[in-house]
Design a protein around this ligand. Structure first.
Ligand code: HGY
Ligand code: MN
Ligand code: MN
Length: 396
C-alpha cells in the first residue's frame, strides 16, 4: 500500500465532521482504531509486532539487538491536525516499503514504533507512553493519573483490553538508535525553502496548573468592592503570562480553563487555568514560570483570592546527539539542523540515553495543534525518501 493509499486509509479515523480536527485520545475508540490499522499494516509487511501492556508497540523488520527504530505517535491533541504524529508512523511504514523496493537488506533490524499518549491530552503528562517505556515516570505517579471525567489511567487501559504494568518496557531493549520523522510545527523550513530538516534540540517546557480560589456570590447584588472574583485574578495572570513571554522571547499560553460552578449569573468560587510555558533554556523557563506565579499571587492578594500553582508535566531541555544529527544532515544534502519548541517521544528516548534524531517535514503555514495543520504531499514523499536514506545509512 503506497504512502498516499495509507494516508487516505488512516485519515478518516478520529476526524470530526464539524471542525475537520482529530480526536484520538488514548485508549478511546478512535485511537484504538488507529492502532488496529497500524497493526494490520505491520502484519501485511510481515513485521514482527511487539506490544507492551501500556499501549506502546514496535514492529521489527529483522531480528536481534541494536536495531534502528523509527515511528512516532497516533494520538492527537483535542481537535488536532492530521499530521502531528501519524506522518511519522505512515512515513516509517512507507520507508520500509521503499527500502525493500530498492532491494536493501539492512545489516541491523529496523523497527516502526508507536508510543501512546504523546500529547498528554487525556492524562495530562506529555509523552506518557514513552516515559512509561523508558521508566522516566514511575508506576505510582502514573497510577495516580485521571482524565477529566475522573477515569483512572489503569481503568482506561484495562477498558481498552490492555494489561498495563506501568513499568519500563522490554520493547526498548533491542533499540540502538531512534529516528522520529515529524511534521514541522513552525515555519523554519518554509523560510529556508527546504522540504526536510533535522532537529538539533527541544526547548525545555512544561504544563503548570493555576488554581485561583475566591468566593461564590451573586453576579448582580454583590457590590464590585465586595467581590473576591477568581476569574479576575485568572484573567490578569493570563495577560501577565503573555506579556512576560513576549518580553523575554519565550513562549506561554493558557489554553485550558475550568470554572466552578461556571454559571452565567454567579461570581465563580474557583477558576483553574493550565499554562503551557516553554523557554530557550532551563533558566529562562524557570524565570518565566516564577515571574508569572509571582504576578498571579500578587494579583490574587489584591483581589482577595488565593493562587496555588502546581507543575503537572515538565520536560527538560533535549540536545540531540550532535554527531548523529550532522551525519544525518550529510546524508540529506546538508538538510538544516534546527531547534524545536515542541516536545516529542524522541526527546524522551534521547533523555533516556538512546542515541536519537528527528527529521522534520515542511509545514507550509507552520500551524499545528489545529485542524488547519498541513503538509504538501510532495514534501511528505520527500520525507519518506529522506527517512529511507537515513535508515539505510544507520542500519548498514
Ligand atoms: O506539545 C508539544 O510540544 C507536542 O506537540 N506534544
Ligand atoms: Mn507530535
Ligand atoms: Mn503535538
Amino acid at each position: 500500500m503506497s504512502f498516499e493509499a495509507m494516508w487516505r486509509d488512516l485519515s478518516p479515523v478520529g476526524r470530526s465532521g464539524i471542525s475537520g480536527g482529530y480526536h484520538r485520545q488514548p485508549f478511546a475508540a478512535a485511537e484504538r482504531e488507529a492502532m488496529t490499522w497500524f497493526t494490520e499494516q505491520c502484519r501485511a509487511r510481515d513485521l514482527r509486532l511487539r506490544m507492551d501492556g501500556n499501549g506502546n508497540a514496535i514492529a521489527w523488520w529483522g531480528d536481534g539487538p541494536g536495531g534502528v527504530l523509527t515511528g512516532s505517535h497516533l494520538d492527537s491533541v483535542i481537535d488536532g491536525g492530521a499530521y502531528d504524529g501519524p506522518l511519522g508512523v505512515v512515513s516509517a511504514l512507507a520507508a520500509i516499503d521503499e527500502l525493500r523496493d530498492r532491494g536493501v537488506t539492512p545489516g541491523r533490524p529496523i523497527g516502526v514504533g508507536v508510543f501512546c499518549e504523546e500529547e498528554g491530552s487525556r492524562f495530562g503528562i506529555a509523552c506518557l507512553g514513552s516515559r512509561l517505556a523508558t521508566g522516566s515516570i514511575g508506576p505510582q505517579q502514573a497510577a495516580s493519573l485521571h482524565d477529566r471525567d475522573g477515569v483512572a489511567l489503569l481503568d482506561a487501559m484495562a477498558a481498552a483490553g490492555l494489561e498495563p504494568d506501568l513499568g519500563p518496557s522490554p520493547l526498548l531493549q533491542d533499540v540502538g538508535t531512534f529516528v522520529e520523522l515529524h511534521v514541522e510545527q513552525g515555519r523554519d523550513l518554509v523560510d529556508r525553502d527546504r522540504a526536510v530538516g533535522v532537529a538539533s534540540e527541544i526547548w525545555p517546557h512544561g504544563r503548570y496548573r493555576f488554581d485561583f480560589r475566591g468566593e461564590a456570590n451573586h453576579a448582580g447584588t454583590t457590590r464590585m468592592e465586595d467581590r473576591r472574583d477568581p476569574m479576575l485574578s485568572y484573567a490578569m495572570t493570563a495577560l501577565a503570562a503573555n506579556k512576560q513571554a513576549r518580553l523575554g522571547g519565550q513562549r506561554a499560553t493558557f489554553g485550558r480553563v475550568d470554572v466552578i460552578p461556571n454559571g452565567t449569573n454567579a461570581v465563580p468560587s474557583q477558576v483553574t487555568g493550565w499554562m503551557d510555558a516553554r523557554g530557550e533554556s532551563e533558566e529562562a523557563l524557570a524565570a518565566l514560570v516564577g515571574e508569572v506565579e509571582r504576578l498571579g499571587t500578587e494579583r490574587a492578594g489584591r483581589d482577595g483570592t488565593t493562587l496555588e500553582m502546581t507543575p503537572e508535566s515538565v520536560s527538560a531541555a533535549v540536545r540531540f546527539d550532535r554527531d548523529l544529527a550532522a551525519r544525518i544532515s550529510g546524508v540529506l544534502d546538508g538538510a538544516p539542523v534546527i531547534p524545536t519548541m515542541a516536545g516529542h517521544d524522541a526527546g524522551v528516548l534521547s533523555a533516556a540515553g538512546i542515541p536519537t534524531a528527528m527529521l522534520f517535514v515542511r509545514n507550509p503555514t507552520g500551524v499545528s495543534h489545529s485542524p488547519a495543520e498541513h503538509a504538501e504531499m510532495a514534501d511528505c514523499l520527500a520525507g519518506v525518501t529522506a527517512l529511507a536514506d537515513v535508515l539505510a545509512e544507520l542500519a548498514r
